[in-house]
Design a protein around this ligand. Structure first.
Ligand SMILES: Nc1nc2c([nH]c(=O)n2[C@@H]2O[C@H](COP(=O)(O)OP(=O)(O)OP(=O)(O)O)[C@@H](O)[C@H]2O)c(=O)[nH]1
Ligand SMILES: [Mg+2]
Length: 134
């Protein structure tokens, strides 16, 4: 099977702070969907549960330990070059000060500000879901 036909399983965290703002960061220009904004996360590795992957990725990328999270939605999307399944979690409690550890631009934004940012196409469904649950 060619690499392109496999679905990449991704754990994604929508981190919410006490003021209800959400953490977003900008994908490095050379990566898939580079230059667009994203919610932090990454590929689920072999032998790992989605929640383990979420905790690992948010520790590596955002400097936090997830203490409480809830499933938000699952999005399946096929880009021209790859297919992804985004397992999206709302992170409502965490330890540590959130920041981006890998050099990407990042910021906290209010939900109503999200539409000003360009996200990958798969994220349209995430933004719809956030609008519906706010
Ligand atoms: N983290 C993240 N990935 C997303 C989002 N939306 C979206 O389409 N993706 C896609 O999901 C895929 C995996 O994410 P990733 O590149 O962060 O994976 P990773 O942290 O494990 O990095 P790696 O490539 O070094 O293994 C990418 O193809 C990316 O374009 C999003 O909001 N957050
Ligand atoms: Mg990542």
């Amino acid at each position: 099977m060619s690499k392109g036909s496999q679905v990449v399983h991704v754990a994604v965290g929508v981190i919410e702070d006490e003021q209800g703002r959400l953490f977003i960061s900008r994908r490095a220009s050379e990566r898939h969907q580079g230059g667009k904004w994203e919610f932090p996360g990454g590929k689920v590795e072999q032998g790992e549960s989605v929640q383990q992957a979420l905790a690992r990725e948010l520790r590596e990328e955002c400097n936090i330990d997830v203490e409480q999270c809830a499933p938000l939605t699952v999005v399946e999307h096929r880009y021209a070059d790859k297919a992804v399944r985004l397992d999206v979690w709302l992170v409502t409690r965490y330890r540590g000060q959130a920041k981006q550890l890998e050099g990407q631009e990042w910021r906290w934004v209010a939900r109503h500000e999200l539409e000003a940012y360009q996200f990958p196409d798969a994220n349209i469904a995430i933004l719809d879901c956030l609008r519906a649950t706010q």
